[in-house]
Ligand binder design. Structure first.
Ligand code: R5P
Length: 295
């Protein structure tokens, strides 16, 4: 029991200082509950307002993708340089040490493969398991304009509703069907729909024309996927232009783990995202780190 003797009356109420009442640093996230904001503040660096998410969830529909055939070998060296790990629960439990202590964005959908219709997904993780895994966010695809558009939107709505009960944010990933045109109109539509149904942040692809407008029209943060492997300089340039035009970071997979030197590449991406390091300097940094590693 607390000692009740000698209780001193409070003296220093800091009467000259107004109560702290700071807005939350992330776009569109000011009205969220404390737990939700706390998880988002683990995903996005409060100093830069941005994130480097390392995505290695590709196997959930495409099997042992090049670069992550052995996730237990490929991913651990990258973990210290990532802000967030995005993966499936199977990858997490089998290949990632719980001592990694990085926020997890949990791939929570499945149900299709590269041999079938990609938009035909379902919610494939129960919220209780996401909580058991201490997920910082849960995620599924919205396939706007695809055969199973309605079902994919319903999946994300379900994640948003169940995650909200426990203060877990949802990342909506804009999945693009093979016959969709990847332009500002499409991503403007897809990201806006994702935000309006309640996604706490949205993953899009970078586009050459009009990306700034896509970001402006989406009331919550956008992170970009890396997409197919590019030469390192081009991937760094894409990341630079994306954050310069308002993206809140990257959710990058193949352009990191398929790089000639993934450990150098993720650090160069981090310099671009968090410190606005320009493309040329970031590429030089990549080459220097790579050569320091004897590669
Ligand atoms: C889709 O398969 C996944 O959500 C990936 O995590 C996403 O596409 C990011 O990976 P990448 O940078 O390789 O496109």
């Amino acid at each position: 029991m607390a000692d009740l003797d000698d209780i001193k009356e409070g003296k220093d109420f800091g009467l000259d200082n107004p109560a702290r009442n700071e807005p939350f640093f992330l776009k569109g996230s000011n009205a969220l509950d404390w737990g939700m904001q706390n998880r988002l503040a683990r995903i996005f660096n409060p100093e830069s307002g941005r994130t480097v998410m390392l995505a290695f969830d590709h196997g959930y529909f495409q099997g042992p993708t090049t670069g992550i055939e052995r996730m237990d070998l490929a991913i651990p060296p990258l973990i210290p340089h990532a802000d967030v790990l995005m993966c499936t629960r199977g990858a997490l439990r089998s290949c990632i040490s719980p001592t990694a202590n990085k926020p997890i964005v949990l791939r929570s959908s499945a149900g299709q493969s590269i041999l079938s219709e990609l938009s035909n997904e379902l919610v494939a993780v129960d919220i209780e398991d996401a909580i058991r895994l201490n997920a910082a966010a849960i995620t599924a695809q919205v396939y706007i304009g695809a055969e199973y558009e309605h079902k994919s939107i319903a999946n994300v709505v379900k994640l948003i509703d169940t995650g909200s009960r426990y203060g877990i944010p949802t990342l909506a990933v804009t999945g693009v069907g093979a016959d969709m045109v990847r332009d500002a109109r499409y991503f403007g539509l897809a990201t806006r729909i994702a935000a309006e149904i309640g996604a706490h942040y949205v993953k899009s692809y970078f586009i050459e024309e009009g990306f700034e407008k896509v970001v402006a029209g989406c009331p919550v943060p956008i992170v970009i996927a890396g997409g197919k492997k590019l030469p390192e300089g081009e991937a760094l340039d894409m990341a630079y232009r994306a954050v310069d035009q308002g993206a809140s970071g990257v959710d990058m997979g193949r352009n990191i783990f398929q790089s000639d030197c993934p450990v150098a590449m993720i650090q160069a991406v981090g310099a671009v995202v968090h410190r606005n390091v320009g493309t040329d300097k970031a590429l030089q940094m990549y080459h220097d780190l790579k050569s320091d590693m004897g590669m």
